[in-house]
Design a protein around this ligand. Structure first.
Ligand SMILES: [Fe+2]
Length: 296
């Protein structure tokens, strides 16, 4: 099976484009790489873009598309064949967006557009000097009506692996060494839950809490340490209403050994993919539970 190797970017419809660009550049610390009348491309490092903003949507933003990168030796034609063989209708576009020469698109079961491509050229941006400046886009979490169906789609069509479940209602899926790149929580609605960016370490988390607060952004939850994935976390809300997570120390999978790289904060030795019980420590080992705000 041809599997996607990395999340490349996420696309958001957002009501106030300029305000959201200001947030991504001044607060998060991404580079504004390209701007057109109703869209903007923002980057962290060598990829042309990690975030695409398009003017639109309702009062609140929405995550409408996710870009996934194949490996240099993967064949896009073969990937199309593999996808169509599963009964999924695909479209193909040449030069659909900057730095992408050839892209196949199709929808996941909740209607988010999957954009699968091979990275042709790297842009070699430098890390910016202002804002939080994360290492990379880490994961995108969604509320979904049918968690089993959407989980199966990411595994069967895109080649994700299940890292953990909480009960039968919250799945954590990986497409590389990171514990999760997509996570899906059962809910009456299909909608974005949060988007996470990766930090260097605990010291960087200080900046990720202080810098937004100096600019009027309050934490919704954290800092804390999740049980599932074991990452440090802090959440706040972006101007378009969507939640941003900053994380560090996410579990790293050693596929050959079948367990996550051992860490002092693990309770299982070795730490293997499993079904976690719905227990407060699965959410936060340090004890503070999420507020109602996290579910709005
Ligand atoms: Fe997360």
């Amino acid at each position: 099976m041809i599997r996607v190797k990395k999340i490349a970017h996420a696309t958001y419809e957002t009501p106030d484009l300029d305000k959201q660009i200001e947030y991504y550049t001044d607060i998060l610390g991404l580079n504004l790489i390209g701007k057109e009348k109703d869209s903007a491309y923002l980057a962290s490092t060598i990829d042309h873009h990690s975030v695409v903003l398009r003017k639109g949507g309702g009062e609140r933003g929405a995550c409408t598309r996710l870009g996934f990168q194949l490996g240099p030796d993967d064949d896009l034609d073969a990937f199309v064949k593999q996808t169509e063989a599963k009964g999924i209708k695909t479209s193909r576009k040449k030069d659909p967006e900057p730095s992408v020469a050839d892209m196949v698109t199709f929808e996941d079961p909740k209607g988010t557009v999957m954009e699968v491509f091979k990275r042709g050229e790297f842009m070699h941006q430098k890390f910016p000097q202002k804002g939080i400046v994360p290492h990379k886009l880490g994961h995108v979490a969604f509320f979904v009506k049918d968690v089993k169906k959407v989980t199966d789609f990411y595994c069967d069509v895109l080649g994700f692996r299940v890292s953990d479940w909480m009960g039968d209602f919250f799945s954590f899926l990986r497409c590389g060494v990171d514990h999760h790149t997509i996570n899906l929580m059962r809910d009456p609605e299909d909608r974005h839950f949060h988007t996470a960016f990766e930090l260097r370490d605990w010291g960087h988390m200080l900046t990720a809490c202080d810098h937004p607060s100096l600019n009027g952004y309050k934490l919704l939850w954290g800092p804390g340490r999740h049980g599932i994935g074991h990452n440090l976390f802090a959440y706040h809300r972006a101007p378009n209403g969507l939640i941003t997570e900053l994380l560090a120390q996410l579990d790293q999978m050693n596929e050959a050994l079948g367990h996550f790289e051992p860490r002092p904060w693990h309770r299982d030795r070795p730490q293997k993919p499993k079904v976690w019980q719905k227990d407060p420590s699965a959410s936060n080992y340090w004890g503070i539970m999420p507020t109602e705000e996290m579910h709005k």
